[in-house]
Design a protein around this ligand. Structure first.
Ligand code: PRT
Ligand code: ZN
Length: 300
């Protein structure tokens, strides 16, 4: 059964666009768990961690109420619920720990292609269909536009053709859905990706070490995504130029090479993508035998 005191509870989307990436991230942090089909809780086998599988919309409240210590959800959902909590007098409902570079999308206005409305400025007195009433209302207020919000829980794109709204404001990733519904993408009001949130309440002593360990591992997994370990031989004199060429590099390790005083071996971790152009530039300043290998794990 759930041991509230010592086991970390993490809210994960049950089935949707964030599920696979989130579980993969947790697995890369070393978590092993068993999940029986249709079960709402999975128990960690090698860490005191339990996963609660829920709808993404429920994740902010589970974290805010300290039922879960951590939760993974899109910034769109986190911000929408934050504004709703705030309107109900609850400030700082959760701590936003980090963004996770998956689940990317944007919350955008969509204008009917055959209509005259083109910008937010023209929406005075018009109807906007959205699943994000708090974010949209907040944005319109900032723009000094008084429009009616028509709340839709899904299929927002069809609201204008049903005559239920004049424009929409919905999530877009490729843009195909808007185009298919004869809508032109307009202003972006929020850029979103999956985020990790944490309970506003201090984590109890019994759990704090494992929570910190998990957060550190998540940071490590994020860092190694783009990181590369680069090895090369180069003239000692070219070291300053080589350092400048390497994106996001830490201090390189410089090792002597047998049989030569001029050449050295250089090993370095780069935290950004290494392009072919960079390798070609390294060669131009005298580097040879350049090897670029992916980094599997990193602990800062
Ligand atoms: O059941 P549950 O409530 O958990 O799931 P859900 O249906 O609410 O969410 P889900 O799985 O569709 O999305 C989860 C999260 O993924 C969202 O909250 C976003 O943070 C993120 N995400 C990324 C997206 C999209 N991309 C996306 N394209 N969420 C929704 N869409 C929809 C959008 O609403 C529109 O209908 O996809 C359509 C547009 O896609 P394109 O590619 O045609 O532009
Ligand atoms: Zn949802």
């Amino acid at each position: 059964m759930i041991d509230k005191q010592t086991r970390i509870k993490i809210a994960v989307q049950k089935s949707g666009r964030l599920t696979e990436h989130t579980l993969e991230l947790l697995e890369r942090c070393g978590l092993k768990y068993t999940r029986a089909p249709d079960q709402l809780i999975a128990y960690g086998e090698n860490m005191p961690v339990d996963l609660l599988f829920v709808r993404d919309d429920d994740i902010p409240a589970l974290v805010r109420d300290d039922i879960c210590d951590l939760g993974f959800a899109g910034r769109n959902v986190i911000e929408e619920k934050r504004l709703e909590f705030s309107a109900n007098g609850i400030s700082n409902p959760y701590q936003q720990v980090c963004s996770l570079d998956y689940g990317h999308c944007r919350l955008c206005f969509g204008y009917p292609e055959d209509g005259t409305l083109q910008t937010v400025g023209a929406l005075q007195g018009k109807r906007v269909a959205t699943s994000y009433p708090w974010i949209v209302r907040d944005y319109l207020k900032q723009q000094d536009v008084d429009a009616e919000i028509v709340e839709f829980s899904g299929a927002v794109e069809i609201a204008p053709s049903l005559g239920r709204a004049d424009v929409i404001c919905d999530l877009v990733s490729t843009g195909t859905t808007m185009t298919a519904n004869k809508l032109r993408e307009g202003e972006t009001i929020l850029d979103s990706e999956c985020m990790l949130i944490k309970t506003p309440i201090d984590i109890p002593d019994e759990k704090v070490a494992w929570v910190n360990r998990l957060l550190q591992r998540i940071e490590g997994v994020m860092q190694v995504r783009e990181s590369k370990y680069i090895m090369m031989h180069a003239p000692k004199a070219a070291l300053p130029q080589i350092k400048q060429l390497l994106p996001g590099a830490e201090s390189p390790t410089v090792l002597p090479l047998d049989g030569t005083d001029e050449l050295v071996a250089i090993h370095v971790v780069c935290r950004e993508t290494v392009f072919w152009e960079t390798l070609e530039s390294l060669k131009e300043v005298g580097a040879s035998s350049v090897l670029v290998v992916p980094v599997e794990k990193m602990l800062a």
